[in-house]
Design a protein around this ligand. Structure first.
Ligand SMILES: CC(C)(COP(=O)(O)OP(=O)(O)OC[C@H]1O[C@@H](n2cnc3c(N)ncnc32)[C@H](O)[C@@H]1OP(=O)(O)O)[C@@H](O)C(=O)NCCC(=O)NCCS
Length: 191
């Protein structure tokens, strides 16, 4: 069992992108009071896109259980806030739940529809990569629907590399979907 996180990590102020120009953006660990806004962002993405392979909106309790499980495993859930509102959230967890995968995590990131394309995702991703590095992780995986061009471009621009394309493994909106795996090296490749 991994050691749970001990309280929130210190937040930091970002100042180098559009959202910050209208008010300082802060990245900090999520707290229970954030769950409603996290749930709303998650459900907007779930309802309007194939970024999440699920048709059923999450309840507050679902997202609370997810947040608690991440914390119990020692993994962070972080939020970016802008003028007191949550602009996006990010996290990572085990890629696969077996000991041999312990140096590999899978990331997740969702930005509020009103705040996309303003650098929030990039700042959140930088933050969780550093958190994963602190936890001794070697590589981060992202699983992205093959039609999610914005997310693919976002991740590749950041430095993720395409590592696999699984055909018709997902099903949503009455059709099969392809999942693209991408990989980021947190520490240098050994081979
Ligand atoms: C994908 C997502 C996380 C990106 O976060 P973001 O804050 O919007 O992205 P950023 O502003 O940091 O953009 C960084 C780069 O990503 C790419 N990008 C971001 N949004 C894009 C879009 N709508 N179309 C094409 N490229 C896009 C661009 O290359 C951009 O850099 P540039 O503007 O200098 O060209 C966010 O748009 C989002 O939450 N989308 C909906 C949910 C989702 O798809 N989540 C990911 C599931 S795997």
């Amino acid at each position: 069992m991994k050691k749970p996180l001990e309280g929130p990590a210190p937040g930091y102020i970002c100042s180098d992108f559009a959202v910050a120009k209208r008010g300082a953006m802060q990245i900090r660990d999520a707290i229970e009071a954030d769950i409603d806004e996290i749930t709303a962002i998650y459900n907007e993405v779930l309802t309007h896109s194939t970024a999440i392979y699920n048709n059923t909106p999450a309840t507050r309790e679902d997202r609370l259980a997810w947040w608690r499980a991440r914390r119990d495993q020692g993994y962070p859930v972080v939020v970016a806030t802008n003028n007191g509102r949550i602009a996006g959230f990010a996290s990572f967890g085990d890629f696969r739940p077996w000991p041999g995968y312990r140096f590999t995590v899978e990331g997740t990131i969702h930005i509020h529809a009103d705040t996309r394309g303003q650098g929030v995702g990039t700042e959140l991703l930088k933050h969780i990569i550093e958190r994963a590095r602190t936890l001794g992780k070697h590589t981060m995986i992202a699983g992205v629907d093959s039609e999610n061009a914005a997310s693919l471009r976002f991740l590749e621009r950041f430095g993720f590399e395409r590592a696999g394309h699984l055909r018709e493994v997902g099903f949503k909106f009455e059709r099969f979907l392809d999942l693209v795996f991408l990989q980021y090296w947190i520490t240098s490749r050994v081979r």
